[in-house]
Ligand binder design. Structure first.
Ligand SMILES: N[C@@H](CCC(=O)N[C@@H](CS)C(=O)NCC(=O)O)C(=O)O
Length: 204
């Protein structure tokens, strides 16, 4: 039984999606403590108060990427063995998702509603939008005609990219270019694991 710390409206959604892709079920295989970011509840598991965290036995893993990769490795799905070329390419996609998509959305959010007015800088939000646009071009070039970023196999970076795309369009109002990129995101977000994870999220 895993315990996920963090409201599923946050990056904790990545972990819910991952758990559901692995065929694990809420209440039977995992429970959620929907701690808000920065809350005292979240700080019980992560000194920074950031979510998500995952309680595994007597241990706590922090950071959505580390958690998703741990689950994928442990359950032997959505990943490739360490030391293979496939794993290196997959890890490269993970860094792309975090550095280019997550970063653009996160900095945008800080300069939109997280920081106090005194720290919000002019032109940061348009710069984030530009970075996101460039990332979409690179995604399309690297994706080519592949179904998922690693070809026919759905892997952890597809979850990260799919979650960031939702965040980018709903929160930042960034555009996803029509064609291969938009089709990729539609494909990823049509998966049963995503649909089930959305049900968990919407149930609150
Ligand atoms: N790299 C971390 C980022 C975690 C993070 O920043 N989470 C946000 C919620 S989505 C948070 O807890 N923010 C509170 C804060 O930054 O103090 C991850 O992917 O888990």
């Amino acid at each position: 039984m895993y315990t996920l710390i963090g409201s599923p409206a946050t990056r904790a959604f990545r972990v819910v999606w991952c758990l559901e892709e692995l065929g694990l079920e809420q209440r039977k295989d995992y429970t959620i403590i929907p701690a808000a970011p920065g809350s005292d509840e979240a700080k019980k598991y992560n000194p920074s108060g950031k979510v998500p965290a995952l309680v595994v036995g007597g241990d706590v893993i922090i950071d959505s990427v580390a958690i998703c990769q741990f689950l994928a490795d442990k359950h032997g799905q959505m990943t490739f063995p360490a030391g293979t070329i496939e794993r290196a390419h997959m890890d490269s996609w993970i860094h792309f998702a975090v550095d280019e998509l997550d970063h653009a959305c996160w900095v945008w959010a800080k300069h939109d509603w997280i920081y106090p007015e005194s720290l919000k800088a002019e032109n940061v939000k348009p710069a984030c939008e530009l970075e996101f646009k460039k990332a979409m071009q690179h995604l399309e070039e690297r994706l080519g005609d592949n179904k998922y970023v690693m070809g026919d196999t759905f892997t952890v970076p597809d979850i990260l990219l799919g979650q960031c795309a939702g965040w980018a369009t709903s929160m930042c109002k960034f555009e996803i270019p029509e064609g291969k990129t938009a089709d990729y995101f539609k494909r990823v977000r049509k998966r049963k694991g995503f649909v089930k994870a959305m049900r968990v999220r919407n149930a609150g």
